[in-house]
Design a protein around this ligand. Structure first.
Ligand code: ASP
Length: 435
């Protein structure tokens, strides 16, 4: 109890200078005893992440081609890290054995995981910490999900005083085969480690100072979000506003542990704290986010509200085409199913035909070119006048609202507008709730 687990992303570990910042951050608070590093990331916009180079090596090796070019880049980066930092890691030996395993046909997961493995050795040596190989303590079940025994294995290995480094992104199945989480998965490792050691908080160090109330491409200079609840961040990240891996929240959320997003390059910034509840200040909304390219299947039929099974049949048709939908706003004699254009693909014609044949509606059509905007905030629930403020702002900005959907949780009001209105609508809502 009382310890902090901290995960550092790839850009925080991209070169020796960045790694020095990590050392300072870790040493500036003795509670920071559990460190989860990603593989070194990009040093500049046109650089390549170590993990991407490793995937490339694996692909070349699979085709029995020469891996010298990408592997040479990996080698140069790790060797210069060790030299620049003056750490005692036998990088030459480690690299030689990794190269040998890649060329001998090691699995994709094994190859991809070597960025965290090699980088983890450097970070451990630099911090004077114990290196714990996730292959021994993060156990994947055969269905690819985390085996809960990992918490016990981790707790046992991470007991005792001092600092520990557990590289992110990978673990192993019960046969010892290396498995990885999805891309960006070091966030998940960090959450699992934090939970296993019953940390006081999970710090996620990245290259931004937390979440902003709106996308800066939509609103100029948006305010930062200092406090946000798990529920709010979930709704916003579904709309694409994310600085954190979706799946990483669950291990810590189950035990109400706060997650603190912070900036390695500006450690003095407050960052964003994600927790079960937040103080409801005058900030009614946590943020506003939106995405273009949705299509609405609109169906009208007289007396629909009295026809049992109508909604079920509509959704069955959608499901039969393998389409996953996002929302189903409905009226008395109408129902709509909103899905992303990507999900719908070229199935539109077949979908309309099936709906027509099976449900014989009075009207059915596909309306494309919709953007969805989510306005999210715990402060909105049980509050009079929120909808008026939101729709008043949209009206003033001359944005035509095509659909409205508010879940029963009342922390999210979703509006559908024309794609072209996405930016003006987000700007108008943001201003309405921040001025
Ligand atoms: N290195 C892995 C990736 O690039 C995992 C991570 O960075 O979180 O996806």
């Amino acid at each position: 109890m009382g310890d902090i687990a901290c995960k550092f992303g790839g850009s925080s570990l991209a070169d020796a200078r960045q790694m020095q910042k990590v050392v300072q951050i870790v040493h500036s608070n003795t509670k920071r005893r559990f460190v989860v590093p990603s593989a070194p990331g990009k040093r500049s916009d046109d650089d390549t992440k170590i993990t991407d180079l490793l995937y490339l090596c694996h692909e070349l090796a699979r085709q029995k081609m020469d891996i010298s070019e990408p592997f040479g880049k990996i080698e140069t980066r790790f060797v210069s890290l060790v030299e620049d930092l003056g750490v005692e890691v036998d990088m030459g030996d480690l690299l030689l054995s990794v190269r040998g395993e890649i060329e001998a046909g090691a699995s994709e997961a094994f190859v991809a995981s070597r960025g965290e493995f090699l980088g983890g050795h450097v970070v451990a040596s630099l911090l004077g910490a114990k290196f714990v190989d996730p292959a021994d303590v993060i156990r994947f079940r055969s269905d690819g999900r985390l085996d809960a025994v990992s918490y016990e294995l981790l707790a046992a290995q991470l007991a005792g005083p001092g600092l520990f480094v557990v590289p992110g992104f990978y673990g192993a199945d019960d046969q010892g085969n290396i498995r990885t989480f999805t891309r960006g998965g070091s966030d998940i490792t960090g959450a699992i480690v934090a939970r296993a050691v019953e940390a006081e908080a999970y710090e996620n160090w990245t290259d931004v100072s937390g979440l902003l109330m709106a996308d800066p491409r939509m609103v100029s200079d948006p305010l930062g979000v200092e406090d946000i609840t798990y529920r709010e961040i979930r709704e916003l990240s579904y709309m694409g506003a994310s600085v954190f891996h979706d799946e990483a929240m669950f291990p810590v959320r189950e035990v109400n542990m706060p997650i603190h997003i912070r900036n390695t390059n500006k450690p003095e910034d407050p960052g964003t704290c994600i927790r079960p509840t937040r103080p409801l200040t005058d900030r009614l909304i946590a943020g506003v986010a939106g995405k273009p390219n949705f299509t609405m299947l609109y169906i009208e039929k007289a007396l629909m509200n009295q026809t049992r099974g109508f909604g079920r049949q509509v959704l069955e048709v959608v499901d039969k085409h393998g389409i996953s939908y996002d929302h189903t706003p409905s009226g008395i004699d109408s129902m709509s199913v909103i899905m992303s254009d990507e999900e719908l693909g070229n199935l539109g014609g077949a979908l309309l035909e099936d709906i027509q044949r099976i449900l014989q509606p009075d009207r059915v059509e596909l309306i494309s070119g919709l953007a969805l905007i989510a306005t999210v905030g715990e402060g909105m629930s049980h509050r009079v006048g929120i909808a008026a403020r939101l729709f008043g702002a949209l009206a003033e900005a001359k944005v035509n609202v095509r659909v409205i959907d508010q879940g029963a949780s009342e922390i999210n009001i979703i509006v559908g507008v024309e794609d072209a209105d996405l930016k003006p609508a987000i700007e108008a809502i943001y201003r309405a709730f921040t001025q």
